[in-house]
Design a protein around this ligand. Structure first.
Ligand SMILES: Nc1ncnc2c1ncn2[C@@H]1O[C@H](COP(=O)(O)OP(=O)(O)OP(=O)(O)O)[C@@H](O)[C@H]1O
Length: 355
């Protein structure tokens, strides 16, 4: 049985020139559960994961697996399985051939290839060329790759992105299974709804900073509930609320007041002689809480516009590096990478610090 170790971010900051992509990030991801690493596009998720996997050097702070940095792991492939972005595989080769190369490089028996392909439901397609695979099948193949060394930790960047409903259902159950086996499972996504049914814990970042960490249940209580109130004379009700300093917006069912206690609003209406036709407390839903948290994220400097080159053409033909040390299936191309450069590089290229 694989042994999961905690993933620990401690005061991690990453600056790219004037842009602070990640600011003083600290959190721990525990084994035995699925943790969602959430934030809108540009929040700093990929940069954080790349620092964790030794692909980018933090400006300050440490990101480790049970206290050991990725580059210092004795055998990375059997400790951490990681997939950054959609894995790219040569379309002309079979899934079995792809994984056989990695297994051989890592000193693993070919039987391991058959095992992981069966595990992700690709057993009967193992000898088919990857070019004929659907996106969902390619995602499964990427997962099979991460499982080759039977690692105790899995780090998956947006594994649900682009899957059809059946694929989403499958991956949700699969992630839960992996965590139930004692592994540490960290899954990034920019959509809470995408991972909400598969995660036990969430770490939410916005503009490079941690904005929430805890269970989904705690997320639900993070954002204060509202009061929805209505009156046959909405204009007058609005005037009374404004005069008392309440902030509100007008919704379909009434005025949405940033106040958790309906009693206060009811009393206010009563003493001002405003008839109330509806008054109720409304808890912020999960999605609303998530959006409120990430919208309110503090700006940590510079533009948050993503400048990354998406090198889809190269993805179609490039092969992931078959290094024993490289348990990371793909790496996003750097912004200035010329078109055609392999996205499968695994260097610890600190040249990015100058960007
Ligand atoms: N190599 C780089 N050079 C310069 N800026 C970068 C680089 N990598 C990331 N950034 C910037 O850092 C910020 C965080 O980007 P990052 O890709 O980590 O966010 P993300 O949460 O993964 O978003 P997405 O889901 O869109 O990939 C963005 O402002 C981005 O433009």
């Amino acid at each position: 049985m694989p042994t999961g170790v905690p993933i620990e971010f401690s005061g991690v900051t990453k600056r790219f020139g004037a842009v602070t992509a990640v600011a003083d990030l600290s959190f721990t991801v525990e084994p035995g559960r699925v943790t969602g690493f959430l934030g809108p596009n540009g929040a700093g998720k990929t940069t954080s994961l790349r620092m964790l996997l030794g692909l980018v050097r933090p400006t300050s702070g440490t990101a480790t697996f049970g206290g050991t940095a990725y580059r210092d792991l004795a055998n990375p492939l059997t400790t951490v399985g990681a997939a950054l972005e959609a894995a790219s595989f040569h379309p002309g080769r079979t899934a079995h051939n792809h994984l056989r190369v990695y297994a051989a490089a890592a000193g693993l028996p070919t039987s391991r290839v058959d095992e992981v392909l069966r595990r992700v439901g690709l057993g009967e397609y193992a000898k088919r060329r990857v070019g004929g695979y659907s996106l969902g099948m390619r995602q499964r193949l990427g997962l099979a790759y991460t499982l080759l060394g039977d690692p105790g930790v899995l780090v998956l960047d947006e594994p649900i992105n682009g899957l059809d409903p059946e694929g989403i259902k499958w991956i949700r159950l699969f992630l839960r299974e992996l965590a139930a086996e004692g592994r540490t499972v960290l899954v990034s996504s920019h959509l809470l709804s995408e991972v909400q049914q598969s995660v036990d814990e969430v770490v939410i970042i916005a503009k490079g900073r941690l904005v929430h960490r805890g269970t989904l249940a705690t997320l639900d209580t993070e954002v204060a509930p509202h009061v929805v109130v209505d009156s046959p004379d909405r204009t007058r009700l609005g005037e009374v609320l404004t005069a008392e300093g309440f902030e509100f917006s007008t919704g379909r069912t009434g005025l949405l007041v940033a106040e958790g206690d309906p009693g206060r609003i009811g009393h206010l209406a009563f003493v001002n002689g405003v008839e109330i036709s509806m008054l109720q407390r409304q808890k912020a839903g999960l999605e609303e809480s998530f959006l409120t948290l990430v919208d309110g994220g503090e700006v940590v400097g510079g533009s948050t516009e993503t400048t990354r080159v998406t090198d889809a053409a190269a993805d179609a033909t490039a092969e992931p590096a078959a290094s024993v040390d490289a348990a990371v299936s793909t790496e996003p191309p750097a912004p200035e990478a010329p078109a055609g450069e392999s996205p499968g590089r695994h260097a610890d290229h600190d040249g990015e610090d100058q960007r």
